[in-house]
Design a protein around this ligand. Sequence first.
Ligand SMILES: [Zn+2]
Length: 450
Amino acid sequence: MTGREIVQPCDLIVDGCMVLLPDLQVVEDHSIAIIGDSIAAIGPRDEIKKAYHPVSVIDGQGKLAMPGFIDAHTHLAQQLLRGGVVDEPPIVWQRILVPFENRLTFDNLYHGARLACVQMAKAGITCFADSGTGDMEPIIRAAIETGMRANIARMSRDYGSFIPDRFKDTPRVVVRKTEELYKAYHGGANDRIHIAFSATSLQTTSPEFLELVAGAARQYGTILHIHLAEHLKEVEQCLTQFGLRPVEYLAAHGALGPNLLGAHAVQLADREIAMLAEHEAKVVHCPASNLGSHGFPKTPTLLALGVIVGMGTDGASAIDLDMFPLMRLLKSAVNARFGLPTFDPFTLPLTDLYRMPTINSAAALQLQDIAGSLEAGMKADIVLLRWMEPQFYPAQRVFPTLVMVANARDVNDVIIDGQVIVKNRQHQLVDEKEVMRRAREQMDSILKRP
Ligand SMILES: [Zn+2]
């Protein structure tokens, strides 16, 4: 040792904060050094100060750093439908959602998506998976401009009497449209944008289309995003038409594999859960919509058999885009449904719960090597919460307090891909008031349209 320290340049340091580490321990007075789009080092404040010379610094005093949330199933096209599906009789997607999306123009989608992206970033959601509407270009544009990381699928259906013509086509044309999107955008914006293939619902997917789209997803190495076992109606139709339950139907046509993202996954038979586990398929619960109209997901069985369970909001038409209360909702529901009857208070431990919107959602989007936890080498997708608040400070145990108490409004700063996107609760890339004003104009124009 010469006694001389080598000081390395870095772009950004988050200085002197608490950090939630991958083992779910929380360390105090640490700093995070960021070079380019990635975390270079996390360590005690003094060590990072000696080792790195930053271009800029974010003050981490009184803040807790955690990985950005990943909303693994959402619908940005439904952003301007806020409050529009609450207390409505079923079947909401056929009666309200599809006709609403059928009326949307490019500008409606673009300004709605910008609002969604601003709302998500301010809630600590740094990455989302949109399961798609007819036109995804305005949504991709909004994601790029607002600095978000996103996995984008296009609405993909090849039949259904209640589906407007613009939302369905022959299997080959549907697959070709996603191929075009893939070629234009996959890997764009410093690899923040990924494109996925999808079969939006098994109720509008023929066997021929399922085989074609599953093959395309394998060929391009993308995820296959499907609404899976969401409604009893879907299970009933699958059984009536094909004599198979939804997961069996996927398996029969080569669509069940590690790249499958099955959104919702509520109405599953135990043997379907075993098949999901065997094929390493991923599922994504959306607790607010699941408990509202679909039922209790069999989360303890899914976890016991080793299925990776991510989490999603399912969009803003009925709820806030806030992953914190969704975690607590799922914990309470699972405990009430499965824990209480058998006097098992540990049906869904906080450690398993917290992994859902972080590392599990990352795995569902094939991002497990770059997102979902804070460690050197991962992308710098970091959320800073204001911790010196009466609801948090002091806490005997920080991690349980974080999961059980925090909300979107506690998010103070957000870094995505190494770029500061939210600072002191203000979006740094767009004028929030302007985004809201334009969204209001678009919503009004939709409401006036016949
Ligand atoms: Zn959905």
